[in-house]
Design a binder for this molecule. Structure first.
Ligand code: ADP
Ligand code: ASP
Ligand code: MG
Length: 350
């Protein structure tokens, strides 16, 4: 279970998704929004810029298939980060550009190795796909410093230890808290920008929390920093009664219980990663889902209880699902029927 000390109202954790940090202009907006807030200590977990995780996975896949066009894709990604750095830091961007070049050169080395071996080991994919968050945290953190607001940048791979199990990714709270305490000794700033999505496993290998996992990172770091609340900033006003891309009439829900939010998330409401609620439940920390582009909207508050509503709180949709109905007296009491059916389907490549 997550540690559950008394909540400290002085600390608020925030998480910004890819759409909130899609360009230099959006990083500026995020910084303004955070600077206007009252809490003395801010923990800010960031995703990669929109589309960057997909682009990194594509790069690794192209290289592993020996497709030389990975070099153009690599160049374009490097260029996108260069442009954001130059726009944000102006004449002070030299350091960051040099730092980015170092990372991109290392990445190119890895991709060249993939092209030689002609495959994509899981460990290499994990390392590559998390780089967008590492770049993103530097962009925002250095921008705060340039504005004259001291800010530390925490690479979650230096502190967060997780394990992958059947029930998803679990956190080694004891090791992670000890690592964070040691890191804090040298980084006492009251604003910390943290990489979402990335971590290490118990053997020290770089890993990730799974696609869309920065929400979970937000909750983990909110718990580790003993924040009073976690605000998840995205591109919609909160959790809606259905996916607004499918149901434009969907309405924003003012409150949800942890149970209701878990259920919607597990059954496909993409707005929040399903594991996000568990560190919050353990310490009764409210999560507020809100809109970066409409910050005056109160959003959706997820806490232990919710306001009563009609019989249905929300709808989710599972796409690409087939229901297979098998009938016949020959199936009754036959063990392993499902396994045999799926083996036959696999064999037939259906
Ligand atoms: P972020 O980059 O901020 O993590 P995501 O794209 O992962 O954002 O999640 C936000 C998106 O989730 C929304 O733009 C919306 O299209 C989608 N979504 C799906 N179901 C819901 C829902 N029930 N309520 C709100 N948004 C939903
Ligand atoms: N950037 C990662 C992804 O696209 C994690 C996240 O944004 O939540 O899956
Ligand atoms: Mg997301």
């Amino acid at each position: 279970a997550a540690p559950a000390p008394a909540p400290d109202a002085q600390v608020i954790a925030h998480k910004f998704g890819g759409t909130s940090v899609a360009s230099a202009q959006r990083y500026r907006h995020v910084a303004e929004l955070l600077l206007q807030r009252p809490e003395p200590t801010q923990v800010v977990v960031v995703s990669a810029m929109k589309g960057v995780t997909d682009a990194l996975i594509e790069l690794a896949t192209l290289a592993a298939h020996g497709q030389p066009r990975w070099r153009d894709a690599w160049q374009a990604l490097r260029q996108r980060h260069h442009e954001a750095a130059t726009e944000l830091l102006g004449e002070d961007s030299a350091d960051l550009l040099q730092w980015l070049d170092g990372r991109f050169d290392k990445l190119a080395g890895l991709l060249e190795a993939l092209a030689v071996i002609g495959g994509l080991p899981e460990e290499v994919l994990e390392r590559v796909q998390g780089l967008g968050e590492v770049f993103s945290a530097q962009l925002l953190g250095r921008y705060f410093n340039r504005l004259g607001h001291p800010c530390a940048v925490l690479d979650a791979r230096d502190v967060l230890v997780v394990a992958h199990g059947e029930l998803g990714v679990s956190v080694d709270w004891e090791r992670s808290a000890a690592n964070l305490a040691a890191w804090r000794v040298d980084n006492p700033q009251s604003r910390v920008v943290v990489t979402g999505f990335v971590a290490r496993d118990g053997q020290g290998r770089i890993t990730t929390l799974g696609r869309n996992g920065s929400d979970y990172s937000g909750a983990i770091f909110a718990a580790l920093f003993e924040a009073a609340e976690l605000h998840i900033w995205t591109d919609v006003d909160g959790v809606l009664s259905a996916d607004p891309r499918v149901v434009p009439e969907a309405v924003t829900l003012a409150t949800l219980s942890y149970d209701e939010a878990c259920e919607l998330a597990y059954l496909g409401a993409k707005v929040v990663h399903p594991q996000t609620m568990s560190p919050a439940i353990a310490r009764q920390m409210p999560i507020v889902i809100r809109n970066t582009f409409n910050p005056s909207h109160p959003g959706t508050r997820i806490a232990s209880s919710s306001e009563p509503s009609g019989p249905i709180k929300g709808l989710t949709l599972s796409e690409q699902l087939a229901v297979l109905n098998l009938e016949g007296s020959g199936l009754i009491g036959v063990p392993g029927t499902a396994e045999r059916v799926f083996a036959a389907l696999r064999h037939a490549q259906v």
